[in-house]
Ligand binder design. Structure first.
Ligand SMILES: [Zn+2]
Ligand SMILES: [Zn+2]
Length: 158
């Protein structure tokens, strides 16, 4: 005659219900570990997705976050604020500083016409993250320029 409770000698997921396997509320410890692991995985994906969405709807702030990281990395001066971008946009009439073509704001970040914040003198060459070292340029030009200074790049493409 099995004693009451022996019937459930295994939990719903098949873990043995030994005293070592149960917490003080008689809940299965491996199950809880499994649950927490899954919770972490699910929320990591959710978190990544939330960040992605935030970056898509806040391109200026997102760019600024990336730039702050690079400012620290290169130890350059920084007085730039994301709201300054709209002044550049007006000043350049939405055109790329280098090729003069119209830029697109809301498109894939790898699209050649994608609007990018550009440093005339790159951080790697000691340029500051400042309003007077910054213009808007298309992704295509940005990629071609790489770590050249604006002067070098313009001379080269002339
Ligand atoms: Zn279990
Ligand atoms: Zn361009």
């Amino acid at each position: 005659m099995p004693r009451k409770g022996q019937r459930n000698s295994r939990c719903i997921r098949g873990h043995a219900r030994t005293p070592n396997n149960l917490d003080k509320y008689e809940k299965c410890i491996p199950c809880r570990r499994q649950y927490l692991r899954q919770y972490h995985v699910d929320n990591r994906d959710k978190k990544i997705e939330n960040t992605r969405q935030w970056r898509l709807s806040n391109p200026e702030k997102s760019r600024e976050l990336n730039n702050r990281v690079r400012v620290l990395k290169y130890g350059v001066e920084s007085n730039f604020r994301p709201w300054m971008e709209s002044y550049f946009r007006t000043r350049q009439q939405g055109r790329c500083f280098y090729c003069g073509k119209m830029m697109v704001r809301n498109c894939s970040r790898y699209s050649p016409r994608k609007e990018n914040l550009e440093h005339l003198i790159p951080f790697s060459r000691g340029g500051a993250h400042s309003w007077d070292n910054t213009v808007l340029a298309c992704f295509g030009c940005n990629m071609k320029k790489r770590n050249k200074t604006a002067e070098e790049f313009i001379q080269e493409t002339r």
